[in-house]
Design a protein around this ligand. Sequence first.
Ligand SMILES: [Zn+2]
Length: 436
Amino acid sequence: MKARPRAGLIRVREFTMKDAYSFHTSQEDLEQYYEKCHKAYERIFARAGIPEVISVASDSGMMGGNISHEFMLVTKVGEDSLAICSECDYKANIEAAENIVHNQNTLPVDNLRLVPTPNASTIDEIAAFLKVPIMNTCKAVVYQKDLTGELVAVFLRGDMDVSEAKLTNYLGDNIHPALLDENSPMVAGFIGPYQLDNTKCTILYDQSLSGIDYLVCGGNQMDHHYTGFNILRDIGVVEYKDFSKIREGGICPHCGKPAITISRGIEVGNIFQLGTKYTKSMNMQYLDNKGELHYPIMGCYGIGVGRLAASVCEAHHDEYGPIWPITIAPWQVHLCCLRVDDAMTKEFADGLYQELQQAQVEVIYDDRDVRAGVMFSDADLLGVPIRVIVSPRNLQENCVELVTRDKVVNTKVEKTLILTTIKELIGNMLKSNTRI
Ligand SMILES: [Zn+2]
């Protein structure tokens, strides 16, 4: 058997979305409704069989507005990274979590010196070559604006990574990593803030560099770096902003403790307080009771339906296939008739199929003339929660077999009691799935 491709069901091409919008005459009204939707979404995911979904503060990005949440199923195969505080209830997408860094100076102030650094251009190579901690290096990451091609250089501490979402939000433009060549105004691998021509590119500083008195940075010429670089002394006052990603062990923006853990998650839904961005752009207005025109304030609420199904599979499966929670299973009962060539068996199974349908039980009936092994492995792949097996051997004992897909129940039931037993089991399963 082949190993399952990573997140195979999650990265499908089709993307079906359930969307809802709300319109309000005041921010308070929006907030109240938003809160109701937040709770409703938690109940939806619990009923769908994934109560472990958490809501995290998210980056509103290009959608506009201020407050938004993503609903995330925490799983190793998730595409998003989440910052979760172990000391308080702070939870956020790492693209939305502020990266707070408190620097301590371990190296003394020194003069600025341009030194040759042959064959060292990565941050690790430079730190090793010059024997300085990586926290005393200043890294450059260069982007280009998609529309204008304008270069944007972000300087940050060598051990940090740029959050492209934060940078995009700040610039208000989409960006891509710059391709630097000999015609570029910068020397790839050796870019530093000192004497860098700011007429050729936008220069930005991440707050992870704030408060470090001794830095190593690129020398803006091939095979050279500066040591002893001090931003305040050598450049002057610069504006530090938050452009980097929070990391494992990082400082919680809510409680201030270094207690951030990074997990991965699949986004299954999101809710936004949109504000008036779209009602203004579409010039949608309403008349209030004084006859004055206003733009309604919008909220929007989405669930990725296909992703939700994929996430439920991710949370509930075994090596043979999915184990659908009864609340969203395509059928409640999978009826297997073994040996359809046996007239008595077929007759009983046909009758039970009719009875189940009349009792409003959602049932799929397998009466193919195939071996038991084939029938059962197909049933495992469909993942229907309750399986009923009718066979000549069971009928000789006056019984049918009742097995749940999760193997918790595996029993023989007297054939006259099977309908009530199934209905009772469905009732219990529904109850345990809708507790929240
Ligand atoms: Zn915290």
